[in-house]
Ligand binder design. Sequence first.
Ligand code: FAD
Length: 390
Amino acid sequence: MEATQHAPHLPNQYRDDPVLRSHLARALPAVLLAAIEPDLDALGEQAAQAWREARSRAPAVPLLTRWDAWGGRIDRIEVTPVWRRGAAIAARYGLVAAGHDARHGAHARIDQFARVYLHHVASEFHTCPLAMTDGAATALKRSGDVALCERALPRLLAREADRLWLSGQWMTEIGGGSDVGATATVARRGANGQWTLHGRKWFTSAVIGEMALTLARPEGAPAGADALALFYLETRDAEGRWNGIRIDRLKDKLGTRELPTAEIHLDACPAHLVGEAAHGVRRITPMLNVTRTWNAVCALATMRRCLVLALDHARHREVFGRALIGQPLHRMTLARQFAGFEAAFELVFFVVALLGRVEAGTADGDDALLLRMLTPLAKLWTGRLAVATA
Ligand SMILES: Cc1cc2nc3c(=O)[nH]c(=O)nc-3n(C[C@H](O)[C@H](O)[C@H](O)COP(=O)(O)OP(=O)(O)OC[C@H]3O[C@@H](n4cnc5c(N)ncnc54)[C@H](O)[C@@H]3O)c2cc1C
């Protein structure tokens, strides 16, 4: 008889994760942990359910329709079924809001990132715009622009799906990815004082969002990164039409295929200057540091998923008369990978705790400096390790 292989099984991803559970038991007050545990348990169950569903359906990708049947430009993006449920899950579990919940002080970020870690793989990279939404909320809070905060923060931190806004972070252009000083988008100020943006953004992963923070060079400003200014824009007008934005195409990527990353033109897109008409890179940096933290947490989630699938396979796969897990060399390979993952987990959640303390104003000593140094390192290390683990 032909042999078939055991299909990998995922149990509840919260209950089955001793690394997360033991960390939370040490890092959070028992009362807070008890209060959030039903949510963590539900996210863990959802992750297992999403895995079962994903195994039995064809992969889906977003679609861009640029023209309607009558030749009108519409630039409609249809997202995947999982993405259509994304806002409801994000709002219900406070995937962005929990990190800004002042009631939980320095623990808010630990609560939030435990949720993100449990949800990431099931989200099909919906965590990417959520990261930028969190980053935008953080950058706006630091901007000191009260009116802008009053307008956008209740939306970015909403716990109701119909109120929740997503934000993009539109920096990368053809000439400037790493070298953001090469940004060619120009900001013009009209006679009425209204700024408009003119240029081309080459990687916008959250063009489906309601707003974005972006960089542009005020007309007449000198070259270089420091002369760039930070702008806030809303993607749609009151009638739901694109606000001076054209979608050129969606990226045909090797990975993150469910994520509708677009190439766009800004064609007199109305925008609001955040702060003074320069030093925009400095002003957007809080956003970058928050998205780096999300990146590190999501890399952990990816690693863990790879490892639990490998472990499940090793427990069921028979080779040379016994389960693979009983073969010393294979056992050692997996043990090494689990050890790397656990070390990465502790580093990342150390950074998360630092972020919480710095934001809550309870940091001491060199916490702020340590956070600044460790955030990009944690992102780099976990990114590399996740690829190696996969
Ligand atoms: C899936 C995906 C989604 C994205 N979504 C967004 C988004 O929503 N918004 C956004 O703004 N951007 C987005 N990006 C763009 C991303 O941030 C850029 O790709 C990144 O900034 C690198 O820029 P680049 O691609 O132009 O590479 P380059 O800057 O051309 O770099 C190419 C290589 O050169 C190396 N390099 C660059 N400078 C140096 C140096 N000084 N010394 C040594 N090596 C160097 C880099 O490490 C890299 O390996 C996305 C990218 C991807 C892959």
